[in-house]
Ligand binder design. Structure first.
Ligand SMILES: [Zn+2]
Length: 282
C-alpha cells in the first residue's frame, strides 16, 4: 500500500488508507498559522508514519488533531501523536469506557462475545499490534456539542457533529476555502449491531446534514477520494434505496427488482450489501 503523503489540494495533504490493517486516511489541513490534523491513526506505528511524512514534507505548526469518531482505527494513535485533541462529547464518553480495557486475545474474545467489540475490528487489532499489544487510550482535551469553527489562517474549518448509523458521535470536517469535506466513517453502516444496518430515518437525516456543505472533493476514511459527481451518485443511490425500502418494506425481492429496473442493470456487490443493511435496519 501507499505509505507516502499525498497532496489533495495546495494546502491539504493526506496519507491514503491501508486495508491491510484497516488504517483510515489521515489528513493535514495547512493554514498560514496552524496545521490541523484529522484523526490519529490506528496505532502508535500509524501515527509515527504520518508524523514522519509531515516532517519529510516540511509540514509544520501541527499542534492539534480532531477526531472524526471514537473507533479504534481513528483514535489509538492519539497517545503517540501527543497533540491537543478535539472531539465530540460522545467521542470522549466512548473513549473513557475503553481506558480500562485489556487487549489480550482472551479479553478481546470476551468483548466480541458480549457484543462490545466487533469481530472484524478484533482481528484487525491483533494484526496491527501483533502479540505485544501496548495500547494506551488518550482522551480528548476539548469537546464540543454541535459544531466548532477553527481558523487556521486563510482556511476556515467547520467541525460538525452529524451522528448516523455507523457511530452516534460521527463528526465531519469541512475545509471551506479548499472545498474539501472529510466524512470519516459516517456514511458506513453500524458495526456494533448483530448485523450491519442502515435505518431509513437516520440515513435521511445524515444526508441532509452532509448536503449543507458544498464540496469539490469528499473524503471517506476507508476508500479513494471521491469527486463531486461520484459522491452525488453515491448519495442519490442511498436516497433511492431509502425510498424503496419504505415502499417495499420486508419484500427484499421486489426491492431488488425495482432498484435494478431503475438503474437499468444488475446490482453490484456493494449495492446488494447496502440493500441488505437497509433490510437489517427494518
Ligand atoms: Zn468507524
Amino acid at each position: 500500500m501507499e505509505k507516502k503523503l499525498k497532496q489533495l489540494t495546495d494546502r491539504i495533504h493526506y496519507l491514503p488508507h491501508d486495508p491491510e490493517t484497516d488504517r483510515p486516511i489521515l489528513s493535514a489541513i495547512c493554514g498560514t498559522h496552524q496545521t490541523l490534523i484529522i484523526d490519529t491513526g490506528n496505532s502508535a506505528k500509524h501515527a509515527k508514519l504520518f508524523l514522519n511524512e509531515l516532517d519529510r514534507c516540511q509540514i509544520k505548526n501541527h499542534h492539534a488533531v480532531v477526531l472524526t469518531h471514537w473507533h479504534w482505527d481513528h483514535s489509538f494513535g492519539a497517545n503517540e501523536m501527543n497533540k491537543f485533541t478535539i472531539a465530540h462529547e460522545h467521542t470522549k464518553t466512548h473513549l473513557e469506557k475503553m481506558v480500562e480495557y485489556d487487549w489480550t486475545d482472551e479479553a478481546l474474545a470476551d468483548r466480541v462475545e458480549k457484543g462490545l467489540e466487533n469481530s472484524f475490528c478484533s482481528e484487525m487489532i491483533k494484526k496491527e499490534f501483533g502479540a505485544d499489544r501496548d495500547i494506551t487510550i488518550a482522551l480528548p482535551n476539548i469537546t464540543f456539542k454541535d459544531k466548532l469553527e477553527i481558523d487556521l489562517g486563510g482556511i476556515q474549518c467547520v467541525v460538525k457533529h452529524v451522528g448516523g448509523d455507523h457511530s452516534d458521535d460521527s463528526s465531519l470536517i469541512f475545509a471551506k476555502e479548499e472545498k474539501v469535506l472529510f466524512l470519516g466513517d459516517c456514511l458506513y453502516p453500524s458495526i456494533y449491531t448483530q448485523q450491519p444496518q442502515y435505518k431509513v430515518d437516520n440515513v435521511r437525516h445524515l444526508l441532509e446534514n452532509i448536503e449543507m456543505f458544498d464540496a469539490d472533493v469528499y473524503v471517506l476514511s476507508h476508500e479513494p477520494l471521491l469527486a463531486k459527481e461520484d459522491f452525488k451518485g453515491y448519495i442519490n443511490l442511498l436516497k433511492l434505496i431509502c425510498n424503496l425500502t419504505e415502499k417495499h418494506e420486508r419484500n427484499h425481492l421486489n426491492l431488488v427488482n425495482e432498484l435494478s429496473a431503475q438503474l437499468n442493470r444488475k446490482l453490484s456487490q456493494l449495492e446488494e450489501e447496502v440493500v441488505y443493511c437497509f433490510m437489517n435496519g427494518l
